[in-house]
Design a binder for this molecule. Sequence first.
Ligand code: COI
Length: 356
Amino acid sequence: MENRTLRVFKTMSYREKPNSEELAFGRTFTDHMFVMDYSDAEGWHDAKIVPYEPLKIDPAAMVFHYGQSVFEGLKAYLNPQGEPLLFRPRKNIARLNRSNERLCIPTLDEDFLLHALKQLIYIEKEWIPKADGTSLYIRPMIISTEPFLGVAPSKEYKLVIILSPVGAYYKEGINPIKIAVENDFVRAVRGGTGEAKTGGNYASSLKAQEVAGKEGYSQVLWLDGVEKRYIEEVGSMNVFFKIGDEVVTPELNGSILSGITRSSVIQLLKHWGISVRESKITIDELYQEYQKGNVEEVFGSGTAAVISPIGQLDWNDHKMFFNNGQTGKLSKELYETLTGIQYGRLNDPFNWIEKV
Ligand code: COI
């Protein structure tokens, strides 16, 4: 039986707040965190907001050995009146539960988790940075904590939510980044865990990213894990191509992360009367369209990345340059509109915003 009591153990603010003009991504953390435990006997229980501190976990905890864990990423923003806002938080919580299902982790009461998250944000609202383009990144994660070396779903878990004041994810900010198509490694396969937000997907992406990084690329563009032909995602963001009058994005197929910014971009584009095609698209097809001069803009979308224009995409020796390496008109409009809604500066016709 779940216990839905939330206890709060508040401390004086004791951590130094970073200068919000100089914020990087994910390096500083706030004064408090939310924790909740799971055991088969008690279900999810002992929910509390406590001072931020290291976790004490048994080295035999299953997460350290077999990686049974999931996470989420969302943000809190300050509106012009100084009130904290959340962007579509129920979508993140629902996705957390879908990742839980995939990783055999017990699902959570979504209303209770949203309530706890709002409490945490309310307590930490002074940590939401004010400079342009900054926000408070919210990182919920669940790890398997049962001390056991057998390969099986754990019988114990810990959920933790930490908060981090952040600036742009890429050092380029809203300026276009350079990406390489990954030919050797694969991120996810059909039927695998690609759609789940689980650490293993990100661990397996590191090698390719390291190799590409040494060659001056920000990230790699992943192709499907079977034929290595179909475009999937960038790993920290979903990807969109403006080809002629149409915007094309890879359809969700089980190995691509179902991005909440992705679905918001699709909804916005359709609202603007722009045709959006969610379908398979091969790298070869993209290159052919590029050669015909039809690929006008390429951009990625994600919570951390927001809208990140891609100025150059290299596929082996084929180099594709988009929009003269400048931020395209559509990317800019999407960025302005999304962030305008997120920061409460623009109307919210889709009811995406939740006040804390
Ligand atoms: C996010 O956009 O929130 C993500 O989770 C991507 C990331 C791994 C930084």
